[in-house]
Design a protein around this ligand. Sequence first.
Ligand SMILES: *[C@@H]1O[C@H](CO)[C@@H](O)[C@H](O)[C@H]1NC(C)=O
Ligand SMILES: *[C@@H]1O[C@H](CO)[C@@H](O)[C@H](O)[C@H]1NC(C)=O
Length: 602
Amino acid sequence: MAYFLLSRQRIILVLLTVCFFFLWKSQVALQYSSFPSRTKGPLDSQQILNPHSPSKSDGQSPWARIPQRYPVRSMIPMPSPVPNAIPTIQHRFERESSEARAVRIARLNAVKGNFTHAWSGYKAHAWLRDEVKPLSGQAHDPFGGWAATLVDALDTLWIMGLKDEFERAVEAVAKLDFGSCTMDEVSVFETNIRYLGGLLSAYDLTGGKYAPLLQKAVELGQMLYVAFDTPNRMPITRWNFAAALNGGQQKTQETVLVADLGSLTLEFTRLSQITKDPRYFDAVQRIMDVFGEQQPRTKIPGLWPVVVNVKKLDFTSYAGFTLGGMADSLYEYLLKEHILLGGGTQRYQELYQHAMEAIKRHMLYRPMTDGGEDILFSGSIWADSKTPLSQLDIDAEAQHLACFLGGMVAIGAKIFNKDEELEIARKLVHGCIWAYETNRQGIMPEVMHTVPCDDQTNCPWNSTKWFEAVDRASPQDSRAAVLKIKEKNLPPGISGIDDTRYILRPEAIESIFILYRITGNPSLPDKAWRMFNAIIKSTITDIGHAALEDCTIPNPPKADRMESFWLAETLKYFYLMFSEPDVISLDEYVLNTEGHPLKRSV
Ligand SMILES: *[C@@H]1O[C@H](CO)[C@@H](O)[C@H](O)[C@H]1NC(C)=O
Ligand SMILES: *[C@@H]1O[C@H](CO)[C@@H](O)[C@H](O)[C@H]1NC(C)=O
């Protein structure tokens, strides 16, 4: 009887948690889906598509002339880099044997061949458009219509030695018109990481030889700077392009995702470093000052909730925490801004290390696997104020997006000299490798759930426990769970697959690449190669490579979408995995969250 009661309480608890989670997630989704209508512009889309852009007549961006209603009175100065403040990141690789070299070069060429395949498909079917659809061959413009795939792929073209293609693309960049837009509402975050990051990276890689790259980056910087013209200087992250271009009054948003708000520093800082125009650094430093000031006061001190209120400057109230989508690159950029600034201030190191302490204490868990792998994932937490922090249950999620974490923790461990964090990084990277290998098509889906271990150090396989997690409704009856496992094709240790898609995402190979450059572990290239083959086999089309609707079943059904990050990130990271270690050395470059290498000043 006592057991029965206990288990009933547990079910109720689990149900409640699940309800809270869904409530939280749907709330976020709701707030999101309501943005477009709220901020719909006064211009109709025809006018937006065909504006009489002044940039055509006088060669200057229309954005440069829009006066600021809330100008900054005194600029925050950019800290000067401190020589040798950042220790060496990369492993010292030994000379390879000629056999190893031959294997590596063959892999490198296969990656390059697949890049060229997809690039040709884009050129043939969608030149100057944002994306090619890899099944139908149609073009579409979900990122403003400024040739997102082309701009995002510039640096990869250069890294792969496709110089003629690169130069043709630069000519096209010179003609981009940032005075018009295919959308009413622009994501400042996406525009920043894909376009501004892409242009700055191509500029840095080519040593400033191609003037249009910087010219267009500056135009874009001037454009995005207008989104910061609000009473409290917090940017509008979902931004009404046409209204802003008309010089309209801009209102600060209320609810904003922290990844949107906190992933602007690298590109803006690099733009200030190159142009010596302090406005861009000043603009993003103001945001990070607010993050910094409120970091100790959130419901999980050290971390920030997924959603913050920028109008009230309240970054503490919300209760949902994750390191996955909607938050991810906020944390990544703390560390990388420290590197880009050459350790010129302690602020970013402090922010990062406080976050890391909370991550280690609250966000990581070991999943139970039938092979007993000692690996880690980061989960999500709903921090209601009633439960003490130490007793909060982790939601044992494993998001593909969160796979960036292993790479971030590895770089942090290296530059702050923390061996125990390098071990955590290794376990996180191997968590994502396990997720790829354990799924039957060799690819990790967008979101799944696993079974968290009760004891981090001793976690034997227990199928009863797995069945219970698969079918929470009737934990006493394993038959229901067995049926569900069969029906959903669940591999051992996976208790559910929340989102079966694979949309050509890069985070897993990104972290494998970083861990390899840091440790030189020779088993990693083989694992990367297996991942590459699995992905190519399932995604390739006549035109390029396609996202998968369901990567967990044989012959995964494809979706008609090839995101620009496939060429910008995923194939670049696979290429760098098999390149010589001095190609985009992590001691010379810091890569933005779209895989764009930015030159470090020291
Ligand atoms: C694409 O990659 C596969 C390996 O998965 C390789 O066999 C194939 O040759 C590559 N395609 C090209 C055009 O290089
Ligand atoms: C396996 O898990 C079940 C359910 O959580 C538990 O009752 C049982 O004691 C576990 N078995 C072992 C050998 O630990």
